[in-house]
Design a protein around this ligand. Structure first.
Ligand code: N01
Length: 542
């Protein structure tokens, strides 16, 4: 029986990976973290385009570890990528994690060795390393999606995806810029590009239903005062359905009269952030009529900021393009005002689709958009993309891509039958896309760590999700989705943004509900997992 180099290898240095590293080291495991990025931060390493900033307000988007938050303060209510990266360095310094981290190292492939119940990882650069447990923590958005548009190969200008923005940056000043896509990334980059580009053309297929950020500068003093409430806030965020400070009301939007309804909408609007999405009426995402009230309120607020009626109809149509909140809303600061500038134009791709890319322009059905920089803000193969790219091979030579050929399946959104000793965090069929990242990272990280301690204490060398348990969970996520309005939108939540991807809700829509099920599974001897005891009593690396 071969002894692995490590008890656990974590792949990814974002919130999930870093938290797991800290917890597993504390629990006495021999653990290594590997990441292709040069610095920790996960998406905040890769998405360093101008304007990239988080959409959860301080202190929701940070670890609840007192040694970390007591020694840190933010400069803005919604911090930008540079500050988030600095935060990750602070975390790694404070928790002394650097010696366990191998950065700038890609995992080219991972293969399960059935004879020895261990994983062998092939790392970029030629090294191999083995581990008892493989813990991918790649985030839901690690695989950028670039649509197949003919002519891109001959384009003479510069182009990049928002999630592959060069680390040295791109100068936007005086450029002729085309941004394709109006999701959260497109909105953020457009707001910045509008400040200094010679021309900015935003190519929109579906209008984004963006909410006001209500950004604020923060002072150290005020934060220190507020820190007395942090333990309560961190505790509370674990008990909410999306991992924020509060959740939807218990009352239906249809139970109250218009004045009362609008008063609550207005309150959410003024407080800013994603509250209009997560602290709205109980049936916002389950009842079309209730949802329509929210959409109409949103639409009228936005249209009041756009002078040109034709433009207003494109950005905030009278009839909703999809129910409000069934595609991820983004936060905006002056998104609706930039279209009033002479250097900014909007192209509606539904009316005038892209025909091809030429050497110096994007050709649409009605003309050419000259540009020297094309920004693809076209999203991600969410949930599965990064995992598939890791070339993971389980029992019997089955690849993960093959296993997910007919759609995503995973027990608790963490384990795939036939891929023993592997648990991913923030993955498909977990609440990831619907949940605040750090809250989810801590809930899953604590659970995974407890599971590993239990395996060690029980002399277990191998676990695998049972097929029936996996099927049950996969169906449960689909049923939960069917009770909502999410299936009505062509969103990445539904896998609908990637040609050929099976249409299914890729995330479980309640973090607190999820945590309760995971606790119950643990209390029932980790039901749903088949296990094999160690024969040599030394299942873990020494
Ligand atoms: O990607 P998206 P994103 N031709 O998939 C369009 C998080 N995030 O990177 O809607 C033309 O949302 C597509 O059009 P349509 C957040 O969870 C957070 O913006 O499919 N257009 C859409 O407009 C977010 O939800 C922050 O019709 C095409 C856009 O590209 C998630 O990441 C910041 C096209 C893609 O939008 C992803 O956001 C950024 C084509 N062939 C991201 N294909 C924060 O603020 C796609 N599009 C924290």
């Amino acid at each position: 029986m071969a002894t692995p180099d490590h008890d656990a290898i974590i792949v990814g240095a974002g919130f999930s990976g870093i938290y797991l590293l800290h917890k597993l080291r504390e629990a006495g495991f021999n653990v290594l973290l590997v990441d292709a990025a040069a610095q920790p931060g996960g998406i905040w390493y890769w998405n360093r385009y101008p304007g990239a900033r988080v959409d959860s307000q301080v202190p929701l988007y940070e670890f609840s570890l007192p040694e970390v938050w007591q020694t840190w303060s933010w400069s803005e209510r919604f911090p930008g990528w540079e500050e988030l990266r600095a935060y990750f360095n602070h975390v790694c310094d404070t928790l002394d994690l650097w010696p366990l981290m191998r950065m700038s190292t890609n995992v080219d492939s991972a293969r399960f060795d059935e004879d020895n119940s261990i994983w062998h990882l092939q790392l970029g650069g030629g090294d191999t390393v083995s581990t008892r447990f493989l813990l991918p923590a790649l985030g839901f958005a690690s695989k950028p999606y670039i649509p197949d548009i003919s002519g891109l190969e001959n384009y003479a200008g510069e182009w990049c995806h928002t999630a592959r923005w060069p680390q040295q940056g791109i100068d936007l000043e005086g450029r002729k810029i085309a941004v394709i896509g109006t999701g959260a990334s497109g909105v953020q980059v457009a707001q910045e590009a509008a400040k200094s580009a010679k021309n900015l053309t935003l190519l929109q297929r579906t209008p984004i239903l963006a909410l006001p950020m209500q950004q604020e500068r923060l002072t150290d003093l005020a934060q220190k005062r507020e820190q007395k409430d942090y333990p309560d806030i961190f505790n509370r965020r674990k008990q909410t359905s999306a991992g924020f400070d509060c959740q939807s009301l218990e009352v239906s939007a249809l139970e109250v009269d218009k004045d009362e309804r609008d008063a609550h909408f207005e309150y959410l609007w003024q407080r800013g952030g994603l509250r209009f999405w997560y602290h709205n009426f109980a049936d916002l995402l389950t009842n079309r009529e209730a949802n329509r009230h929210a959409y109409d309120f949103w639409r009228d607020k936005v249209r009041a900021r756009i002078a040109d009626p034709a433009l207003a109809e494109k950005l905030a149509p009278i009839e909703p393009p999809h129910p409000f909140g069934t595609k991820r809303p983004s936060l905006e600061q002056d998104f609706y005002e930039i279209f009033g500038q002479d250097n900014v134009a909007l192209v509606d791709l539904k009316e005038t689709p892209i025909a091809r890319i030429k050497t110096n322009a994007i050709e649409t059905a009605t003309g050419e958009i000259e540009c020297d920089l094309i920004v693809f803000a076209t999203g991600f193969d969410a949930g599965r993309g990064g995992l598939i790219d890791m070339n993971i091979t389980g029992r019997g030579g089955l690849g993960l891509a093959q296993a997910w050929d007919d759609g995503l399946r995973a027990y608790l959104g963490m384990a795939v039958a036939g891929f023993p000793n592997m648990l991913f965090s923030y993955g498909p069929l977990s609440p990831s896309g619907f949940a605040n990242g750090p809250t989810s990272a801590e809930i899953q990280g604590d659970w995974i760590c407890d599971f590993m301690v239990w395996l060690r204490d029980s002399d277990i060398k191998l676990f695998d999700a049972e097929t029936q348990a996996e099927q049950g969970w996969t169906e449960m996520v689909a049923q939960a989705g069917a009770m909502t309005l999410f299936p009505e939108a062509d969103s990445w939540y539904m896998g609908a943004n990637i040609p050929g991807k099976k249409r299914q809700l890729i995330n479980f829509p309640s973090l607190s509900g999820y945590a309760a099920v995971c606790d119950d599974v643990a209390q029932n001897g980790y039901r749903g997992f088949a296990t094999v005891k160690s024969t040599n009593k030394e299942p873990f690396a020494q």
